[in-house]
Design a protein around this ligand. Structure first.
Ligand code: PLP
Length: 395
């Protein structure tokens, strides 16, 4: 077999996701894309802000010699400065350019950090449900993902986290606002987790890092603010990207910032710079670095997503679905009306509605809806959601 067994296994494990997409493609081919309500992908439907397009045009027009050459592996110094200024504000910490490494998206940032900190057999603890790729990212670097339950409304369960943190724990991986639940972890629970990690770290004589995966930090509703993690967790990394807040997922531009208050920040940045290089990323895309540095204060229209959230959440709860109202990101994670979420997602397909079973996120008994779509799709989908619910509850 020309493919490694581990990868064949991974292909098999994720094959049901592929099947969902194939079914979606089939429905679109048969009935036309407009007749299908596709909530399956977290691919933002909003175009990037005009300020970004303007920055891009200016850069291309004034293309200086050397603009497309190699650069320091951590990124252009002036870009790192620009990103650091924003991270410093968000994290209420004296972050400088030297604490930032530009990466190939948030996915690149997470891999760069994991490569830098994991010893073979190390464990990384994460609350579930969680972003599907984490298992693969951990496995890339010889680590193991240990997931722990969250509370009923998907907040951190600090008691469960306490049980999971052992002498083998190297890091806790947090994602808030969360994919797939839309939850923003409360400041109170984060502060309790900080106290727990400080205690456990002393007990085991080992640094326990926090990896804060934050590509949705700016996508929050009702004026909520996502709590800063640097003041709480000295040994924290913030991993993020502009895939969501600037609608640039295809451009693969992100960053990681190291908490200056933690142990050996300069050594950590040196390690991240090296892992960025030896994982084959070398550096984040040059043109995109220069473009996003100019638009650090820009964002897509968050109100658009909030309106979709309100319409979908109200429509579903009116129909009888149980669903936590998300505080951020652009996902809803309703409870499946029958225990088998894969079977329920198939029921939804009969209504030409595409969703992803919660099982794929370590959250069985739920399904995920990505509402980064046209408002008409939300509106059009509601009668179908209603019919599917009635059908399965009357069986
Ligand atoms: N982390 C989470 C929670 C995500 O939802 C995503 C993408 O959907 C990523 C990381 C990866 O982001 P990027 O496209 O910037 O690599």
């Amino acid at each position: 077999m020309p493919v490694a067994k581990k990868i064949l296994d991974a292909m098999e494990r994720s094959s049901w996701i592929r099947k969902m997409f194939e079914e979606g493609a089939r429905l679109k081919a048969e009935f036309g894309a407009d007749a299908v309500c596709d909530f399956s992908l977290g691919n933002p439907n909003l175009e990037p802000p005009e300020a970004f397009r303007r920055a891009l045009r200016e850069l291309v027009e004034h293309d200086r010699p050397g603009s497309h050459g190699y650069m320091p592996n951590a990124g252009y110094p002036e870009v790192r400065e620009a990103v650091a200024a924003r991270v410093a504000r968000e994290q209420q910490a004296p972050v400088e350019g030297r604490h930032v490494v530009m990466t190939v998206g948030a996915g690149g940032a997470l891999n760069v950090v994991l490569r830098a900190i994991l010893e073979p057999g190390d464990e990384v603890v994460t609350p579930r449900p969680y972003f599907v790729e984490y298992d693969f990212y951990l496995d890339n670097h010889g680590g193991t993902l240990k997931s722990v339950p969250t509370t009923r409304d998907f907040d951190l369960d600090v008691g469960a986290l306490e049980q999971a943190v052992t002498a083998r724990t190297r890091a806790v991986l947090l994602n808030s606002p969360n994919n797939p639940t839309g939850k923003v972890y409360s400041r109170k629970n984060l502060a309790e987790l900080a106290e727990l990690l400080a205690r456990k770290s002393k007990e085991h004589g080992r640094v326990i890092h926090v990896l804060s995966d934050e590509p949705y930090r700016r996508i929050v509703y009702d004026g909520l603010e996502v709590p800063a993690v640097f003041p709480l967790f000295p040994d924290a990394f913030v991993c993020s990207s502009h895939s969501k807040d600037l609608s640039l997922p295809g451009e693969r531009i992100g960053h990681v910032a190291v908490n200056p208050a933690g142990r050996a920040p300069d050594t950590l940045v040196g390690a991240l710079t090296l892992t960025n290089r030896i994982l084959g990323f070398v550096n984040a895309p040059a043109l995109m670095q220069r473009a996003v540095a100019r638009v650090q204060d820009a964002s897509v229209d968050i109100g658009f997503y909030q309106r979709n959230r309100d319409a979908l959440w109200e429509g579903l709860t009116d129909a009888g679905y149980a669903c936590h109202k998300p505080e951020g990101a652009f996902y809803l994670f309703p409870r499946s009306p029958i225990p088998d979420d894969v079977a329920f997602v198939r029921e939804l397909q009969k209504e030409r509605i595409l969703a992803v079973p919660g099982t794929g996120f370590g959250g069985p008994g739920h399904f995920r809806l990505a509402y980064c779509c046209a408002p008409e799709i939300v509106e059009r989908s509601l009668p179908g959601f209603r019919r599917a619910l009635v059908r399965v509850t009357q069986q």
